[in-house]
Write a protein that binds this ligand. Structure first.
Ligand SMILES: *[C@@H]1O[C@H](CO)[C@@H](O)[C@H](O)[C@H]1NC(C)=O
Length: 347
């Protein structure tokens, strides 16, 4: 009898130990703080240190002032992000009697790297302002891992509302260049790669809201994904960093790569006929894994009931975001001419 009780107790404590061990293990897994490395973008050491490749630690060139352009860094008032920085560019010798379009620009970098203050982005946007004669506002939206999508989309919306609010002439946080020279009937949004994704989502939000509208949308080599392959999309896209990074940068998003933020044709995505702009320019590069889906996007917009004017131009022999990596290349000069014609042609 005593032996039986002893055996029973032994078994009981053994099981109790096992349960405790299991609980501890699952707790350890939950609080696993091993680094997250997403090649070739970032390492998040999860101890407060984030290493960003390419731009890390966020390279900075001062705002240019030369014979072509003047620029400065500003903070855009936003209730969601108290540190929404932007670099604003004005062409040299603006005509005080003539208002010019405003281009809100979003840099690329897979939602986790890049800024308007880096060499390539700064150089490109400065050229656009000078040569297309627009006020350009390049947005330093929030990035992963500090912030996940949709934080950058909210920053984009805050930027558009802020630009549009200059219609009331003066107000807190108004930028004198935008107030004096900005034609608020011609607000454009543009971006490359993930910046193109942001610009697309901004146009959809504008179209669905009763708030400000865009005049035009410029998508340069936009970053769109989807689980179902589309024509011209390579099979290997599934293994590319562009594909692997999305579940991290949008870590609370449902449906993975079919989430409407990254797949404009995903289940539940608003119809492209909602684009809140009058014209669209899609710019692709021939040697770019994202090209197929961008062309598909252009064709779907054309086929939709959207009432605007859509154009598609491809840079032959060029690779992803060539205009940022080679801002003085002849191909970039052509892109800027095409963009200028898109912005400044009345239709
Ligand atoms: C975090 O960990 C990395 C790698 O071990 C180290 O280089 C870095 O200094 C650490 N940062 C902090 C704030 O402890």
């Amino acid at each position: 009898m005593a032996l039986k009780i002893q055996l029973f107790l032994a078994l009981f404590f053994f099981l109790l130990q096992l349960l405790l061990l299991l609980a501890q293990t699952s707790e350890a897994i939950k609080h696993n703080k091993s680094p997250i490395e997403i090649q070739p973008y970032i390492i998040d050491y999860r101890n407060g240190t984030v290493l960003r490749y390419y731009n890390g630690p966020r390279s900075f060139v001062p705002p240019p002032i030369d014979s072509q352009v003047q620029s400065k860094d500003i903070t855009i008032p936003s209730s969601l992000n108290h540190n929404l920085r932007a670099r604003v560019f004005l062409p040299a010798r603006p005509d005080p009697a003539r208002k010019i379009p405003v281009l809100i620009y979003f840099h690329g970098g897979a939602f986790c790297i890049g800024s308007p203050f880096g060499w390539g982005d700064n150089h490109f946007v400065a050229r656009v302002a000078a040569e297309a004669r627009v006020i350009a506002v390049a947005i330093d939206y929030r990035l992963y891992p500090e912030f996940a999508v949709p934080a950058p989309l909210d920053d984009a919306w805050a930027a558009l509302e802020w630009v549009a609010a200059h219609a009331s002439r003066t107000g807190p946080g108004h930028e004198p260049w935008v107030a004096q020279y900005g034609d608020l009937q011609r607000i454009f949004a543009g971006g490359d790669s993930s910046g193109g994704t942001i610009a697309h989502n901004l146009a959809i939000r504008a179209g669905l809201s009763t708030g400000p509208r865009l005049h035009g949308l410029f998508l340069a080599m936009p970053y769109f994904l989807g689980s179902k392959r589309v024509p011209l999309e390579p099979e290997y896209i599934r293994f590319s960093p562009n594909y692997r990074v999305w579940p991290y940068v949008c870590n609370k998003c449902k449906r993975g790569v079919d989430n409407a933020f990254i797949n404009p044709f995903g289940p539940g995505a608003p119809s492209l006929s909602h684009l809140g702009c009058k014209k669209l320019l899609v710019y692709t590069a021939e040697v770019d894994e994202l090209r197929g889906r961008a062309i598909w996007y252009y064709k779907k917009v054309k086929a939709s009931r959207w009432a605007g004017e859509a154009r598609w131009i491809e840079a032959k022999g060029q690779s992803h975001i060539f205009h940022i990596s080679k801002p003085d290349d002849p191909a970039t000069t052509k892109l800027i001419q095409d963009l200028s014609a898109f912005i400044n042609t009345n239709n």
